[in-house]
Design a protein around this ligand. Structure first.
Ligand code: GDP
Length: 424
């Protein structure tokens, strides 16, 4: 039996879905432990191209059980739309291969609405929310003002619980934002429409996972976003509202005492960032446009153009420390093939001093990148499958990054397809 977490080291979109899809062949259970429908994993396999938001990326493997743990923001509407989409491409989703924690809290209709209302109120100071209701959801969860998926199985208790929350929530909607209040009929219609659809998948996933572990099964924990978006360790307040770091995987999955044997940190060969917040190594203008085009850097959920730049060694080293990564998967190396010289943000300067420490969020906007250049390789490397297949300059780049970040790069990805990987 072994446990592994696959996590993002940077701002998200590092290619975690692609790595989970690849590594699930060695695992029996894949668990999502935090986040909601706000970000997306893209998976390309023999069935097609999929943008997953909530479904664990093990859903494509026949004998893998997929779990949405208690730490996720359970958005029944998004989840159902996604299930329908994935099913329409021939993937079977049943209560056998998808299990939703009865302790996962429900993202309610007003969470999405409140997200939009608050971003509009903030206007040019907005956090860059994807408006999927994630921040209002998690703040309500911590205030104990939402309901758990398991309550769908006990309708009388659900209505009583929801009516108390409704009264409280309408105060905020009406008095703070001047928005229309919800009624109990609205909630009943929503539960009838979406809650009922996911109800057959709701169960005691903690018990399921404990049994799986005692049967010697291998469990893979799948994160959304990356270290720098972690609520506690990221670039607050431009973070997500949950903890994508590996340390949260046991808590958010339903196996609170689990020990992680392996933590695969996913790092992209360059940097990208969706949304607002300081992004020290950011490129602008024509060179950013070329990199964005080469890497197809548009949000999986929103289609928004991502901000891009060279790999950021300072941020990556910090991200690895937050995760305790045992192995690194370096993705999208092929995207850099068009560059004559490969830029690297090797250090920062802060207040005129060079530093290798990732700054405290309040002063991070003052940091400036120190960019160095390595030789490019100027040829297509997407067909490489062995370390020796890579040109010397590409190998040198990987070795340079590995030495700088202080963690072994075990996997080098050279394309989105499952087999476009080099195992070192
Ligand atoms: P995630 O949220 O961390 O899973 O990342 P995204 O799905 O947002 O972004 C990764 C994107 O890069 C997806 O479109 C993948 O298909 C693609 N991708 C992953 N690895 C590689 C790679 O090595 N090369 C190329 N060209 N594309 C890749």
């Amino acid at each position: 039996m072994s446990n592994c977490a696959i996590v993002g080291i940077n701002w998200g979109d590092e290619g975690k879905g692609r790595m989970v899809d690849l590594l699930t062949c060695d695992y029996d259970v894949v668990v999502r432990y935090q986040g909601g429908g706000n970000a997306g994993h893209t998976v390309v396999n023999e069935l097609g191209k999929f943008a997953l938001h909530l479904l664990p990326s093990g859903i494509f493997r026949k004998d893998v059980a997929n779990v949405l743990g208690n730490g996720v923001a359970l958005d029944c509407e998004s989840l159902w739309t996604e299930m329908e989409d994935v099913r329409s491409k021939g993937v079977s989703i049943t209560p056998e291969n998808l299990k939703i924690s009865d302790r996962a809290s429900l993202l309610l209709p007003w969470h999405r609405e409140l997200d939009g209302l608050e971003e509009a109120r903030l206007a040019d100071k907005k956090y860059g929310s994807t408006k999927q209701g994630i921040a209002p959801f998690y703040s309500d969860k911590f205030q104990k003002k939402t309901v758990m998926a398991g309550e769908l199985l006990y309708p009388d208790k659900l209505w009583e619980h929801l009516s108390g929350i409704l009264e409280w929530k309408n105060l905020t909607l009406e008095k703070v934002y001047g928005a229309k209040p919800y009624t109990m009929d609205d909630l009943k219609a929503w539960v009838a429409n979406y809650g009922e659809k996911i109800k057959p998948f709701v169960c005691d996933t903690g018990a399921f996972l404990r049994q799986a572990v005692s049967d010697g099964k291998n469990v893979l924990f799948e994160a959304q976003l990356g270290s720098l978006r972690d609520l506690d360790y990221g670039i607050y307040p431009y973070t997500t509202s949950s903890n994508p770091i590996a340390a949260y995987a046991p808590v958010g999955s339903g196996l609170p005492t689990a020990r992680l044997d392996k933590i695969v940190g996913v790092v992209k060969a360059y940097s990208s960032c969706v949304g607002e917040g300081p992004f020290t190594c950011e490129w602008f203008g024509g060179e950013a446009e070329k990199l964005r085009e080469a890497g197809g850097e548009y949000g999986a959920k929103t289609g928004r153009p991502r901000r891009v730049g060279p790999i950021d060694i300072v941020a990556t080293r910090y991200g690895i420390q937050c995760q305790g990564a045992t192995d690194i998967a370096l993705t999208k190396l092929d995207v850099l093939s068009y560059l004559d010289k490969i830029p690297v943000c090797a250090h920062y300067t802060l207040n005129g001093q060079q530093t290798d420490d990732f700054p405290f969020p309040a002063v991070l906007p003052d940091a400036k990148p120190v960019v160095e250049y390595l030789d490019g390789w100027n040829c297509d490397i997407s067909g490489a499958r062995k370390w020796e297949d890579l040109p010397a300059a590409a190998r040198k780049y990987v070795e340079y990054v590995e030495a700088q970040i202080g963690c072994r790069i075990t996997y080098v990805s050279v394309g989105p397809e499952r087999d476009a990987i080099i195992l070192r």
